[in-house]
Design a protein around this ligand. Structure first.
Ligand code: NDP
Length: 400
């Protein structure tokens, strides 16, 4: 029985729901729950009532509510595509009801913009003892970038030393300023101090202060900025031979100018202020006035290019490879009515769920993507819409 309960009904969920709906042989029954049930109903309409058989309103911050819902639906797996704030409550509910768990982003407390795996890794023994599995970060980055790294380590190197994950959105949605996934989570992430791993320790940088112009296949040269991204934490743990690990993301000048102005006037702050007798966090208010990322999909042009540069040793010689995917916004819209950022997250979430349900990636405990054999995921990425390329023996664009 492969009944799944998907929690969250935003941009990423719309892709997960539709991709799962296309594969009844793996996902026999889909149930969908979120805070706003009308969003679930809309997705149900689009994916088909025969495939999304139940929709529910749930507050995923509330464990008893989640437990009641999970007991009612009795899924084999909960796919969490709500927000990172809900990771721990949904994991608690999965433990209480005996159900496997998958998400696409690691936990972060709402009142502090600080994401790290320690909170979820702390569930390792409880999941193991319960015979349950939690798969963490089954999106693109984190997710596919972890799998690319594991694939490189398995097939191309004896030892990996330098890792640079690069994330380019070369698309144009025609809006003055918008984020491609949940604005609150996105802005919290990029306004944090940068951080990278080198020679056994973390080094910090000022936010968006280190720039490198990189040439992305299928897109061209784009300004890329060093950020901290959550997969760095698990990758340096699971690949201790890494001497350096960094993450880069592209931003255009217009985006950065808007962001600097918004930051300058305090609109990105998560500290609640008093407004007409009501406490309101400026960033939450900003989210309410920014375009909903899902609404950017129609007319979005151009491609994303996300990949990993890896340098290491093979047969006593140093070499560099680049593994990447190009994803076209318009092609995603044509297939599932979504833009490429939702698509590149939703497809790996669907594949991660498929691998768990098929017992291909299934072991009790709490795991990151690179801890499994990468080959089954790599095969399915080609099959289900995110084909990848490996460019071998290139000169690394990064200096030591
Ligand atoms: P959206 O904001 O579009 O959707 C989030 C959904 O979660 C909404 O339907 C929202 O409901 C629901 N939700 C929020 N809080 C609750 C709650 N307390 N109870 C129930 N439902 C709730 O976000 P995205 O789809 O853009 O992102 C989804 C997840 O994917 C995020 O965790 C994000 O960090 C992650 N992500 C991962 C990436 C990767 O590559 N790994 C890349 C991009 C995103 P409502 O609409 O009612 O507010």
């Amino acid at each position: 029985m492969s009944r799944v309960l998907i929690i969250g009904a935003g941009g990423v969920s719309s892709v997960v729901v539709k991709k799962c709906a296309m594969l009844p042989e793996y996902f026999s029954e889909i149930h969908l729950a979120s805070r706003t049930v009308s969003k679930c109903e809309k997705l149900q309409e689009e994916a088909g009532k025969d495939r999304v058989v139940g929709v529910y309103s749930v507050d995923a911050d509330n464990v008893p509510e989640l437990v009641e819902l999970i007991n009612k639906v009795k899924p084999s797996l909960v796919i969490n595509v709500a927000l990172p704030y809900q990771d721990l409550t949904i994991m608690d509910a999965c433990l209480e009801t005996g159900v496997h768990y998958l998400d696409t982003a690691n936990y972060e407390p709402k009142d502090e913009a600080k994401f790290q795996y320690s909170w979820q890794w702390a569930y390792q023994d409880r999941f193991k003892e319960a015979g349950l599995m939690a798969l963490l970060g089954s999106g693109f980055d984190p997710g596919v970038t972890n799998v690319y790294t594991a694939y490189a380590a398995k097939h191309y190197f004896d030892e990996i030393h330098y890792l640079d994950i690069v994330d380019c959105n070369g698309g144009d949605h025609g809006q003055a300023f918008a984020t491609n996934f949940n604005p609150e989570i996105n802005i919290r992430e990029i306004t944090q101090r940068g951080k990278y791993w080198e020679n056994g320790e973390w080094h910090e940088t000022d936010p968006i202060s280190v720039r490198k112009d990189l040439d992305y296949p299928g897109v061209g040269v784009r300004a890329s900025y060093l950020l901290f991204h959550e997969e760095l934490e698990s990758l340096v743990k699971h690949f201790p031979t890494l001497k350096r690990a960094r993450f880069w993301m592209t931003f255009g000048d217009a985006y950065l100018n808007h962001l600097r102005v918004l930051e300058g006037i305090g609109m990105t702050s998560i500290e609640p202020i008093d407004y007409n007798g009501q406490k309101i966090a400026p960033l939450e208010f900003l989210k309410a006035v920014l375009p909903n990322p899902g609404s950017l999909a129609e007319g979005y042009e151009g491609k994303t290019c996300i990949g990993t540069y890896i340098t290491g040793m093979k047969d006593g010689k140093e070499k560099t490879i680049f593994i990447y995917n190009n994803c076209d916004h318009a092609v995603c819209y044509e297939e599932v009515g979504a833009q490429a950022v939702s698509y590149t997250t939703g497809v790996p979430a669907m594949i991660g769920a498929m691998l768990m349900l098929e017992n291909i990636w299934m072991k009790p405990g709490v795991w990151n993507m690179e801890q499994f054999d990468p080959d089954p995921m790599m095969e399915r990425l080609n099959q289900y819409g995110l084909p990848w390329q490996v460019v071998e023996n290139i000169e690394s664009p990064f200096t030591r």
